[in-house]
Design a protein. Structure first.
Length: 390
């Protein structure tokens, strides 16, 4: 039988079918609904079908799925503590093995990470995953199959009342006894937060079992109440919660929390203090320089490469000579971080060169152009960086 399966489904292009010792599996992604409202959580469904005449044992496709949204223009980059090299992947992992009878189909539901513009229109999404097929009754993997689909999402305008109605079943799922259903609902509420969900997300943040899930929603809502709650979580005894709360509070980009970032940085309390150094660079700008410089010194000094990244967040002209000096550090990680931070600040970068050459080239550039060169914040990345002039 040829390795092909055509299914004429509107908006979905079905991809890949393979033969694994007589086991044939078909897969495709499809939108859960014909249309979605602007601001509505977008759920996408993966279908896997046994199209052979024998049982197929496979994973259920929940690992390493990704969604790439094609938008007409590059959206403005969100504020990030991690400079112009910040990035991320979409998807989650929690696969299990399933046995499919001939012609049997299973479906799995996923939340599209928030990446669509808040505007009506038709948007293309390229979805993919890899499914492992196993020898029947065994854990021995005999093949892998890629499933790739291109689908179109129709996003339409909607009233607040309509959006509230859409969220109601999702809010009901927050109390579900089904763990996966409950988790998807929490993802939807915190990844697509709406103003009318503020009390829900605040309440989630007060429950130790859902605090971590709530943090991203608090950050995205970015209201006075949600920022106040993040500031409270920064003082948590749980280091994991502190780290995520510091990151989220800094990425609200509210300079009113500059003092708190410096305070957490100076407390030297776990890795959250290091994250706070980056946050101080972002929220305090020039004001952070004296304490960031002190962070390089003494017996309790923070890692120099972390201070380099923090300096790269400041958009400060005075940070550049400090970073150029860090190019002479013996530690390669520190030198790399300094070059990345300089690229974030100046949007200039060169091919890797030796330590002495990099220091000399940056020193020469800054002596010639330091007074007039444009400087940038971490949310102004985009496009190709210019090379340093010879």
């Amino acid at each position: 039988m040829p390795c092909l399966w055509d299914v004429p489904v509107a908006l979905v292009v079905l991809l890949s079918i393979c033969n694994a010792g007589g086991q044939e599996l078909g897969g495709r992604y499809r939108p859960e609904k014909a249309t979605y409202l602007v601001g509505e959580p977008v759920f996408i469904v993966l279908e896997l079908t046994n199209i052979s005449s024998r049982r197929v044992d496979a994973d259920d496709g929940t690992c390493f799925h990704s969604f790439d949204v094609v938008v007409p223009a590059e959206p403005r980059r969100a504020v990030s503590l991690y400079g112009c090299n910040a990035g991320g992947t979409a998807g989650s992992c929690g696969s299990g093995t399933v046995s499919l009878k001939p012609k049997e189909t299973i479906t799995r539901r996923y939340l599209l990470p928030k990446s669509l513009p808040d505007e009506p229109g038709d948007y293309e999404v390229n979805a993919s995953t890899t499914v492992s097929i196993y020898a029947v009754g065994s854990s021995e993997r005999v093949s892998r199959q890629d499933v790739n689909s291109s689908l179109t999402l129709h996003i339409i305008p909607g009233s607040r009342e309509a959006l509230v109605n859409v969220y109601q079943p999702i809010l009901n799922d927050l109390a579900s006894s089904d763990a996966s259903q409950k988790f998807l609902a929490m993802e939807a509420v915190t990844d697509y937060p709406q103003p009318f969900l503020e009390d829900v997300i605040l309440k989630m943040s007060e429950n130790p079992q859902t605090t971590q899930n709530a943090i991203s929603g608090l950050m995205k809502l970015n209201t006075g109440q949600t920022k106040k709650r993040l500031a409270e979580l920064v003082a948590s005894d749980n280091e994991g919660i502190r780290q995520n709360a510091v990151t989220a509070l800094a990425e609200t980009d509210d300079p009113n929390y500059c003092g708190l970032m410096l305070q957490v940085m100076n407390a030297r309390r776990g890795y959250s203090s290091t994250i706070a150094a980056r946050g101080a660079g972002l929220l305090c700008g020039d004001k952070a320089l004296p304490q960031l410089i002190r962070g390089l010194q003494g017996t309790d000094a923070l890692p120099a490469y972390e201070i380099a990244y923090a300096l790269g967040n400041t958009a400060s002209r005075d940070a550049v000579p400090i970073l150029i000096d860090l190019l002479r550090q013996p530690n390669a990680g520190t030198r790399d971080a300094a070059e990345e931070a300089l690229a974030t600040l100046t949007h200039r970068a060169d091919e890797p060169v030796g330590t002495d050459q990099a220091y000399s080239k940056w020193s020469r550039y800054w002596s010639l152009y330091g007074n007039s060169a444009q400087l940038f914040r971490p949310d102004q990345c985009g496009g190709e960086f210019q090379s340093l002039p010879d």
